[in-house]
Design a protein around this ligand. Structure first.
Ligand SMILES: Nc1ncnc2c1ncn2[C@@H]1O[C@H](COP(=O)(O)OP(=O)(O)OP(=O)(O)O)[C@@H](O)[C@H]1O
Length: 720
């Protein structure tokens, strides 16, 4: 039997039922955005919530819960500190003495905290060296722990298991958004802005991280690995904004950039600004997208020195003169008046070093640095720039947050060493000791469990195109195993392939459905204006199908997209996780991820098949429902470390070649990878025909030149 037909069969494709149409991501938000929960915790959480509601009614306000989060010690804390916090947050934050009354009923014991965190698959770990962990026994259940004198003393004798246990933390979870105000005393205006978003239940990442970042314990540095579409943006923006509101109250004269959020693409950065604007309304906090020409840093004397040096050497090259002019212009621009700056790495690095004409300026006031999609920001592509930004934040009380759905252990090591080096370079200590914590939701580096994965063997490039065309035609959908409704995204490996696929599909949408205007291509070679127009039209629903590259693989939130097509397989398992995570956002069900693979892709498919397998295990359900058969997993080859690295950097080799135009086509090279429905035979015939026409033209021209043809201009030939 043909091995490839066998491979196709191994992917179990179930016909889509019409019932599933009623729960497409595009039909609206999920009743509950959480991905992991059990009936047991639902009961426990609603009991806790119910208790609070009852108590709130009794005292006619729901702002009396005492913030009691302290993940290193007991739940109790002095009443005075609550009042202090409230006062620090300003006039609108004042609480009465009654607010500071401790409430035993509302606090959770460790068993409850463990139960809730475990059922939501939230794992919090202290990442510091054991000597740095001050273990104070909090457990009421683990009597063994109580007997231990001090972890510091015992660290050398701890087994690996014991060390793991010592690092594990069970902080109090956030049960509902009202607690943000009642328990964590966030700015009332910010709390209103959160409420206006209409979210009812906190997602797992919000449930786990918000108490850590808003609680009374010294704010930690935080590494967060949480599923795509699980609301990480809100999780880092709320604490950042609240911290600035407090800062404005306690330091009214200090103005400047207090927080920097770094994201790998302009699209993601501008989305974060849009989300941020909804949250800062009326709080007095300003959030801005970094733009070219903005002056952001403290250039100190360095900027002036360079200006002078450049002036002395003004007889230099045109480039130097241009740089000099730029540096002069920059010196005249006032420093931007924004509290939160959202930027891509290069944009900020260029601004801080005046396009590399000066040494890096500093950002002396920044207290929070957020790296969204941190693993890619610290990947070799962006690493140097990101570390430059990190080190330019020169305040000793800087806190960092690294957020992503995927994070390798190398990122953890790099984070630890950078935190240490930065403080050593500064020669100053933070005003309060703080922890580096890691919070993981679900299984690290896995795809969300609420989408259907279809791994389809298409044998050849033409097979992929034919498969995709079937998806585009509703009439053909019944003949297909997969039913994918617009809006959806199609990912290709390179920009030329995205452009080629777009022009191939452009006329496939019938005029009555809007025709070619319904499909568009988005990539980084387009101008900023074109990129934002396409994003806007896709969000508005005017564009239904967007062909793109990995530019849109991470972070961007098109809430209701029904699916993702990996026309070209992704370069790594992590990219797969991010690409498919564009659907199934905030717990929406019914999203589909279709991945086509060809003969050339077989060596690279195993890591993707593994991700699908794990995601289906996370979802639970019957063994028979799994789309990846075990024997396929066993049969697919493993990739060597080096090949994995190479694939990550360059993608499938055969697809790297620039697409040849028909005229350049010599019938070899990238032919097999061209995006076209025309077969090799058809192309050969076309080539022959073109050759014949060319030869005929040449003959005619030669004849005309020798005067043999009287009417040489009367035949224009065939137009190809
Ligand atoms: N508690 C909530 N309830 C319902 N929807 C929510 C909640 N929190 C956030 N959302 C929505 O979930 C969507 C995804 O959020 P967000 O873009 O922050 O995800 P993310 O975790 O950053 O994903 P990615 O890893 O892909 O960047 C957004 O549309 C957001 O408005």
């Amino acid at each position: 039997m043909d091995a490839f037909r066998l491979l196709t069969r191994s992917t179990k494709l179930k016909p889509a039922s019409s019932a599933s149409d009623s729960r497409l991501p595009s039909t609206g938000k999920a009743a509950n955005p959480q991905l992991f929960r059990t009936a047991e915790t639902d009961k426990l959480e609603s009991a806790k919530n119910g208790k609070k509601r009852k108590r709130s009614a009794a005292v006619q306000q729901d702002e009396e819960d005492v913030p009691d989060l302290d993940f290193f010690s007991s739940n109790k804390r002095p009443a005075a500190s609550v009042t202090e916090t409230a006062v620090a947050t300003g006039d609108d934050e004042k609480v009465s003495a009654q607010d500071a009354v401790s409430d035993d009923d509302d606090s959770m014991d460790e068993v409850e905290r463990r139960t809730i965190l475990n059922s939501h698959k939230i794992k919090v770990t202290d990442m510091r060296d054991l000597e740095g962990i001050q273990v104070q026994p909090t457990s009421t259940t683990d009597s063994k722990k109580k007997k231990k004198k001090s972890k510091k003393e015992e660290a050398p004798t701890l087994s690996k298991k014991e060390q793991k246990r010592a690092r594990r933390l069970f902080p109090e979870p956030l049960l509902n958004f009202k607690e943000l105000r009642s328990k964590y005393k966030i700015s009332s205006r910010l709390a209103e802005n959160v409420a206006e978003q209409g979210f009812t239940v906190p997602t797992e990442v919000q449930l786990g991280t918000l108490p850590l970042l808003l609680g009374e314990s010294s704010e930690p540095d935080l590494l967060v690995v949480a599923p795509t579409g699980s609301g990480k943006t809100l999780s880092f923006l709320i604490p950042v904004i609240n911290k600035i509101v407090r800062h404005h109250h306690s330091n009214p004269d200090e103005h400047g950039i207090l927080s920097v959020v770094v994201a790998p693409t302009r699209e993601l950065a501008s989305q974060i600004v849009n989300e941020g604007r909804k949250l800062v309304a009326g709080t007095g906090v300003k959030i801005t997208l970094m733009r070219k020409g903005m002056r952001v840093g403290d250039y100190g004397d360095a900027g002036a020195n360079v200006l002078e040096e450049n002036n002395e050497e003004s007889s230099g090259s045109e480039d130097e003169e241009a740089e000099n002019k730029l540096a002069k212009e920059r010196a005249n621009i006032p420093v931007t008046k924004s509290d939160i700056l959202v930027t891509t790495p290069l944009m900020l690095v260029n601004a801080l070093s005046a396009n590399r004409t000066t040494t890096m300026a500093t950002l002396p006031l920044v207290r929070s640095l957020v790296m969204d999609e941190a693993d890619v920001l610290l990947d070799p592509l962006f690493r140097e720039q990101t570390l430059d930004i990190w080190k330019s934040c020169s305040h000793p009380d800087l806190r960092v947050g690294l957020w992503s759905a995927t994070m390798g252990s190398n990122i953890e090591d790099l984070t630890k060493s950078t935190i240490r080096e930065r403080l050593e370079d500064l020669g100053q200590k933070p005003s309060a000791p703080h922890a580096l914590l890691r919070l993981v939701v679900g299984l690290k580096d896995s795809a969300i469990p609420n989408i259907d994965h279809k791994l389809v063997y298409a044998a050849t490039e033409q097979g992929k195109l034919m498969g995709l065309r079937q998806l585009l035609r509703p009439a053909a959908a019944s003949a297909s195993d997969i039913r994918l409704r617009p809006p959806f995204l199609i990912f290709t490996q390179t920009i030329p392939r995205a452009v080629a696929l777009h022009s191939e599909l452009k006329y496939d949408i019938p005029a009555e459905a809007g025709g070619s205007s319904r499909i568009a291509v988005l990539h980084s070679d387009l101008s900023d204006g074109q990129r934002s127009d396409i994003m806007r039209d896709f969000r508005k629903g005017e564009i239904w199908i967007l062909v793109t590259t990995d530019l849109l693989a991470r972070g961007v939130d098109f809430r209701g997209i029904n699916g993702v097509v990996n026309y070209d397989i992704p370069n790594s398992a992590a990219v797969y996780v991010h690409r498919v995570g564009r659907t199934g956002r905030a717990g929406r069900e019914g999203g589909i991820a279709v991945t086509y693979y060809t003969k050339e892709d077989i060596p690279y498919v195993k890591s993707i098949a593994n991700i699908i397998d794990v995601s289906e295990k996370l979802r639970g359900g019957e063994e028979g429902d799994k789309s990846i058969q075990k024997w396929l997993l066993d049969a697919l080859p493993n990739l060597s470390k080096n090949s994995k690295k190479d694939m990550k950097r360059h993608g499938v080799k055969a697809r790297q070649a620039p697409r040849l135009t028909d005229k350049e086509d010599d019938g070899k090279g990238a032919r097999g990878m061209r995006i076209s429905t025309k077969s090799g035979f058809e192309r050969r015939m076309e080539n022959n025909k073109r050759g014949a026409i060319e030869a005929s033209r040449n003959r005619k021209a030669a004849a005309a030149a020798s005067g043999n043809v009287s009417d040489a201009g009367s035949w224009g030939g065939l137009d190809d």
